[in-house]
Write a protein that binds this ligand. Structure first.
Ligand SMILES: [Zn+2]
Length: 201
């Protein structure tokens, strides 16, 4: 494998990137001047050094020193009795921007799939967290996508919560669908999210 093939192969491992697009990335980098590639390499290095996964909410973020929990999870001013489950790291950013929620989070990392293919959530991590926070949460809010897979995942989790000690007493709510059908949290604006929080049930 020559250098071009090797780099192309690495880009094809990106989500949604096929061999042809990967090759275009490689030639883009080769043509690009003004130290772009050097900057890219440095940015990747910096991110890998400073960004770590939070041990509680499981999002990737810049961590202070040797902390294992992120700024949100270690903030004692936040509402400790509410937990919101989201799909992606960016969903937290959207929610925080809206100011509609001040509780804790867990990033599931995806959805289960109705067809059983490629579906994934961090189920083991979620239930370990809930075990360690037994009887902590008055409310667990499911803030998943308004898609068939999102709803399927919500139903699956609600069933499991009802069987889980220290959780089954919690109120389980689903984020009110001011969000239009098929939409993902990450694309919802602040007004919509505030409304969706009010309409949760
Ligand atoms: Zn965190």
């Amino acid at each position: 494998m020559n250098e071009i093939e090797k780099l192309t192969e690495l880009f094809t491992q990106f989500p949604g990137i096929g061999p042809r697009q990967a090759r275009r990335f490689v030639f883009f980098l080769l043509r690009k001047e003004n130290g772009y590639s050097t900057m890219l390499i440095k940015s990747i290095n910096d991110a890998l050094q400073k960004v770590r996964q939070c041990s509680d909410c499981l999002r990737y973020t810049t961590m202070q020193h040797s902390n294992t929990r992120c700024r949100i999870c270690s903030d004692t001013q936040r509402t400790q009795e509410q937990l919101m489950l989201v799909e992606k790291d960016t969903d937290i950013d959207q929610m925080e921007k809206s100011g509609a929620y001040t509780g804790m989070y867990i990033v599931l990392g995806g959805n289960l799939s109705l067809t059983g293919k490629k579906g994934f959530i961090r189920e083991k991590e979620l239930f370990t967290y809930l075990k360690n926070h037994k009887n902590t949460f008055n409310e667990i809010i499911l803030a998943l996508s308004a898609t068939p897979d999102g709803e399927y995942t919500a139903d699956y989790l609600i069933t499991k919560f009802k069987e889980t000690e220290g959780v089954k007493e919690s109120k389980i709510t689903v984020l009110g669908r001011g969000l239009s059908t098929g939409s993902e949290l990450e694309y919802a604006d602040s007004t919509t999210l505030v409304q969706a929080m009010k309409n949760r049930k």
